[in-house]
Design a protein around this ligand. Structure first.
Ligand code: NAP
Length: 256
């Protein structure tokens, strides 16, 4: 039996085949879910069409810059028109201006702070609000976060502060949406070599550091994030909401 047969989902954040969103989308699809995908801007349209196009004719592929309320509304309107309902939502989107991920946190500009929080944290609130009316049979919303939200990770800077906001937003959304049987959780992934990750100064050292210090002495694999995504989307996680689940080879438990 497949865990997600009959479920409809929307996936924000596939940029290419290395994207964490793609690993989770593939796992959701393998378990029987029908998926819609969004992409930001024409630049990524072809990539997403090439990947998601393999899922068959029920797949919707739609543009969405998550800082634009009208684009978010258009996505959910088209999801409603095609499927009539929604069960799953993956938020796998983050951005901060490059210079804010290189220097000191102290030098974060007002504008970089605003952009990082708008794209990486507020957008979860905006998409959850738009998804709620379609999640008439309950639902599971999953967002991607990182440990830099709770401990200082050099160079992660304003993104760590935005991830703290994302995780707190997850808890408040879980409370607001609980009576509608909509669960909201974060996966806190260890470092994965993606487009977004390569924007963080010293990212290769992070991979080496995890390999040397995590209890499992290795980095997390994208398929393992996919498997956790399936678990959180499935009835196996029916009583889990508002949580941050660490999928990081155990790194989060270490004191030194
Ligand atoms: P990725 O493949 O580069 O995915 C990031 C996605 O966010 C891209 O599709 C990107 O599109 C999109 N995005 C940025 N600004 C957007 C906007 N305004 N509207 C819509 N989409 C926008 O990198 P990833 O590593 O898979 O990142 C996915 C999530 O996992 C992020 O939340 C990230 O913080 C989190 N995460 C990553 C790691 C890691 O080590 N890779 C670890 C823990 C958590 P563009 O390419 O057009 O900007």
């Amino acid at each position: 039996m497949s865990f997600l047969t009959g479920r409809i989902g929307v996936v924000f954040g596939v940029a290419n085949k290395r994207s964490i969103a793609w690993a989770i989308a593939q796992a959701w699809h393998r378990e029987g879910a029908t998926l819609a995908f969004t992409y930001q801007g024409e630049r990524l349209k072809e990539n997403v069409e090439e990947l998601a196009g393999t899922f068959g004719p029920e797949t919707l592929i739609l543009p969405c810059d998550v800082t634009k309320d009208d684009q978010i509304a258009a996505v959910f309107e088209q999801v409603r028109a095609k499927y009539g309902k929604l069960h799953l939502l993956l938020h796998s989107v983050a951005f901060a201006p490059k210079d804010a991920l290189e220097g000191t946190f102290l030098n974060t500009s007002r504008e970089a702070f605003r952009i990082a929080h708008d794209v990486s944290a507020y957008s979860l609130v905006a998409v959850a609000r738009a998804a709620e009316p379609l999640m008439t049979e309950g639902g599971s919303i999953v967002a991607m976060t990182y440990y830099g939200s709770e401990k200082v990770v050099p160079h992660y800077n304003v993104m760590g502060v935005a991830k703290a906001s994302l995780e707190a937003s997850t808890r408040y959304l879980a409370y607001d949406l609980g009576t509608r049987k909509i669960r909201v959780n974060c996966i806190s992934a260890g470092p994965v070599n993606t487009l977004a990750a390569r924007g963080i100064a010293g990212f290769t050292d992070m991979l080496k550091h995890y390999e040397a210090h995590a209890p499992l002495r290795r980095n997390v694999l994208p398929d393992e994030l996919g498997a956790t995504g399936v678990f959180l989307a499935s009835d196996g996680a029916a009583a889990i909401t508002g949580q941050v689940i660490y999928v990081d080879s155990g790194y989060q438990i270490m004191g030194m």
